[in-house]
Design a protein around this ligand. Structure first.
Ligand SMILES: Nc1ccn([C@@H]2O[C@H](COP(=O)(O)OP(=O)(O)OP(=O)(O)O)[C@@H](O)[C@H]2O)c(=O)n1
Length: 343
């Protein structure tokens, strides 16, 4: 969500560099109930408090950066269960590049306050980083090359080959590494120490941490490369005659398809993974103050058997297989059906 395309209106507003754009996923009972991103006016945590209020109680929050003390105190106060964050430069940047002494000093004070809030609150505040399953990178690479969008481009433009895909991926890797990693290992260690993660600064933990972060960035870049901006390939856009409305841009459509493709990896269908994200467009003339502009999130899901079922409770046979009784279609729930019930 951190890379959700900003509207032109927001791009025009010059933001202070020390506050980094931050993405946030709100999860309740294992279901994604909110996808948010900070704006020039509000931080991601503040948007979640405004949007969900007391419904944040017992939710799990996943931040693309460690939240600042203002956001943390509010979300802790709302009674959240767990707050996970990506262990790179936090929301109030601690990067010592061209700092004005005061703002870096403030950022350090804020990091201290965050630590204090973290150790004195009921909510569990922890690092968001799952090492990837073995062969995940290769699996995502193969499935991305075979995805409908990339295949369609290849059919119509045979010059779009593996090598073109890898060029796109390399561009995305560079873009995401600049956002989600800290190039210098020393700077990264310094930031981890300031964030209270000194345990991770020693090897082999530090090397593993950076390796895991790089692999996750690679997976994200691979999925993004499967929906490239190539030739005239794009997505259907509804016309909007109202000048005050942002409308759905190609960038937003592309971003949402990447989200859907990521969700598809959670499928319970052995053969085909499908993801769906439902966003709606606000019809009022004033833009909302969150980072998703005129778009608001309704739900997301992936194809799966009814919630709570165990492996092998239901048949997995497809349409081509003979025995009608043991076909999956009576049991599996489509991605878009699940999206409206947030699964
Ligand atoms: N709009 C759709 C269509 C299909 N699916 C999912 O995609 C998978 C394949 O669907 P379908 O082609 O209808 O199933 P079969 O022909 O039975 O099987 P397969 O295509 O896997 O051979 C199923 O898990 C189904 O829930 C979905 O999530 N949303």
């Amino acid at each position: 969500m951190e890379v959700f395309p900003s509207s032109k209106h927001v791009q025009a507003i010059k933001k202070p560099q020390r506050i980094k754009k931050t993405g946030l996923v709100v999860v309740r009972n294992m279901k994604i109930i909110g996808l948010h991103c900070s704006s020039s006016e509000l931080h991601a945590g503040q948007i979640a408090v405004i949007k969900h209020g007391s419904r944040l109680k017992d939710c799990d929050l996943y931040f693309s950066r460690k939240p600042c003390s203002t956001c943390l105190k509010m979300i802790v106060n709302a009674g959240v269960n767990r707050i996970s964050y990506w262990p790179s430069d936090p929301e109030i940047s601690l990067q010592p590049e061209n700092p004005s002494q005061t703002s870096l000093g403030d950022a350090r004070l804020d990091a201290k306050a965050v630590e204090r809030l973290k150790s004195n609150s009921r909510a569990h505040v922890c690092v968001l980083l799952q090492p990837l399953a073995c062969y995940m990178v290769q699996f995502v690479e193969e499935t991305s090359l075979k995805c409908d969008f990339a295949q369609k481009i290849t059919r119509i433009h045979p010059e779009f080959q593996r090598s073109t895909f890898y060029e796109y991926r390399q561009d995305r890797v560079k873009e995401y590494e600049a956002l989600f990693l800290i190039s210098s290992e020393e700077k990264h260690k310094e930031i981890l120490r300031l964030m209270g993660l000194e345990n991770l600064c020693e090897d082999p933990y530090f090397v593993c941490l950076r390796q895991n972060m790089k692999e996750l960035v690679l997976v994200l870049a691979t999925v993004a490369a499967s929906v490239p901006s190539y030739s005239d390939f794009g997505f259907y856009l509804s016309e909007t005659s109202d000048d005050n409305q942002q409308g759905l841009t190609q960038e937003i459509a592309q971003h949402c398809i990447i989200q859907a493709r990521l969700l598809a990896y959670r499928t319970e269908d052995h053969k085909i993974g499908v993801g769906a994200v439902v966003w709606a467009e606000r019809k009022c003339s004033t833009l909302d103050c969150d980072g998703t502009g005129s778009m608001y999130f309704l739900g997301c899901g992936y194809n799966a058997f009814p919630v709570g079922s165990e492996y092998a409770d239901f048949p997995h046979m497809d349409d081509n297989q003979k025995d009608r009784e043991i076909r999956k279609f009576r049991y599996i729930i489509h991605a878009e059906q699940n999206a409206i019930t947030f699964r």
